[in-house]
Design a protein around this ligand. Structure first.
Ligand code: FES
Length: 249
């Protein structure tokens, strides 16, 4: 058992401020457990969002330095600096309602723009395991918004759909029983897919290890090949990551 200093960037509806709490932690103490301990034993006014505590519901996303994480999946010991301190902030790119609670309506509205639901095709085609493999990882998305929180593309384009949006577009585009087919590429274009800078932060931050940037690259590449998206932008964005592979494309 040792003591950690959890600093929380709080917001009371008018102003932001940092508040410090000393919390005893053990090897397996998650950040969410530590936040509950603070709320239960030290400061009931501390506000955060959580439900499943099992990395399933996607509600506990927060920011710690450059990491956008599920508080329930991350151990405090892995976040502490050399002084035994950690600063916890609300997820990025979203309006803060109070303390660590952000307004998810921003990306939920964008999901409506992306038509992020299955549109059944008639007649129905038989589905084989290899068909499901094409979007197996993407079905793991729990809408936690870690990718959305980390995405730098919003700094230059507030109308960018966001990585979460394109994961959903990709998932249904790859489903042979979805009726929209390449209409989904047009939806990706309408959501400004070419504003992606291919930094891969979304992929690095996804707690479900979905290859988010690779999905965006495949949608964009296919759209350009088919003439649906104008080919006036180089892949690879501002860095040298390049494609990162077109596996399975
Ligand atoms: S509490 Fe459900 S994902 Fe963390």
């Amino acid at each position: 058992m040792k003591e950690a200093t959890i600093k929380v960037k709080r917001y009371d509806g008018e102003k932001s401020f940092i508040q410090e709490y000393k919390v005893p932690i053990e090897y397996n103490t998650t950040l969410l457990s530590a936040l509950f301990k603070i709320k239960d034993e030290k400061d009931p006014s501390l506000t955060f969002r959580a439900q499943c505590r099992s990395a399933i519901c996607g509600t506990c996303t927060v920011k710690v330095e450059d990491r956008h994480i599920l508080a329930c999946k991350t151990k405090v010991k892995d976040l502490l600096d050399e002084n035994g301190e950690v600063l916890v902030e609300p997820a990025g790119n979203l309006p803060v309602i109070r303390d660590l609670v952000t307004d998810h309506a921003v990306f939920l509205d964008k999901l409506k723009d992306a038509k992020a639901w299955f549109v059944p095709k008639e007649p129905w085609e038989k589905v084989y395991p290899e068909d499901l493999k094409k979007f197996d990882k993407e079905t793991d998305c729990i809408l936690c918004g870690a990718c959305f929180s980390a995405c730098p593309a919003f700094q230059t384009d507030s109308n960018f759909g966001g990585p979460i949006n394109f994961v959903k577009i990709y998932r249904f585009w790859k489903d042979k029983n979805d009726a929209l087919g390449d209409e989904r590429i047009k939806i990706a274009k309408a959501n400004n897919i070419t504003s992606c800078v291919h930094c891969k932060y979304c992929t690095f931050m996804c707690p479900k290890e979905i290859p988010v940037e690779q999905d965006i690259t495949q949608l964009e590449f296919y759209g350009k090949q088919k003439g649906i998206i104008e080919d006036n932008q180089q892949f690879g964005g501002f860095n040298n990551f390049g494609f990162g592979g077109f596996n399975g494309f």
